[in-house]
Design a protein around this ligand. Sequence first.
Ligand SMILES: Cc1cc2nc3c(=O)[nH]c(=O)nc-3n(C[C@H](O)[C@H](O)[C@H](O)COP(=O)(O)O)c2cc1C
Length: 273
Amino acid sequence: MPKIIVDKNLCTRCNICTTVCIMGIIEKSTDSGFPSTNEEKKDYCLKCGHCESFCAQKALTLDFLLEEKINTTPLDGQIEPHNLALYIKKRRSARHFNSKPVSKELISQIIDVARYAPSGGNSQPVKWLVIHNRSEVKRIAGLTVDWMRTIQNTSHPLAPYVSHIISMWDNGVDLISNNAPHLLFAHIPHTEPICDPTEAVIAMTHFDIAAPSFGLGTCWAGFIKMATDEYKPLQDALSLPNDRKAACAMMFGYSSYKVESIPRRNRLDITWG
Ligand SMILES: Cc1cc2nc3c(=O)[nH]c(=O)nc-3n(C[C@H](O)[C@H](O)[C@H](O)COP(=O)(O)O)c2cc1C
């Protein structure tokens, strides 16, 4: 388990690191000593890095993946609230993509943003599968339609909706992947009965929100996700390890159209307790 490295020339012994450590691992500094990791408790470290993130003096480093430490200045990452609100409100589902593929480098950059998404106990359970090949995306869409054919005329809750999608597919219109060039799956450990998609959905939402600022359009792939849950041929096509399960899916690519205005939504419904 990591220890903290304290730069004694910078540390002011403010003890914020002790305060923000949710596991209570960092011993307070004293008149004669600097903050330190409690030897008995250090195995409980979540590696959340709050000790160093909240150190105003940048005196503290968690001794873990040191080469990845990102130092920020106070202005880095500051977004004026009005602009941030407009940016998020402007996010729309993209269903028309141009033919230009997105480079693996750019995709990796966006997924890297999602790596910083919150997770219970900093467990970071999410891993990613990128279907980069357009014809493979189409094959997955086709398998989703095959799954829809199996639930047509059954009591499945989606049954009333699938006939239209199937008939459109048979007439060359893809309402499943919307001809997206790429498909992203967030997958999580699958150890029955625990398989909580929360972290995957949060991480995918990070991707969804980050993507437009990198010039991309996205759309949640709900039909594909549902088929992935239920249809073995599609599970086989994804070839995830046996102990992993796709928790959510997203289509993405360069959008054909720009978002020109923000649509209306239901009024806010807040109950104050
Ligand atoms: C869980 C989820 C699943 C979705 N599945 C699909 C889908 O399979 N195909 C699709 O075209 N849009 C899908 N959408 C997009 C919604 O239709 C879209 O978010 C909604 O109509 C509002 O439009 P907006 O995202 O532009 O605000 C999905 C959205 C969510 C959140």
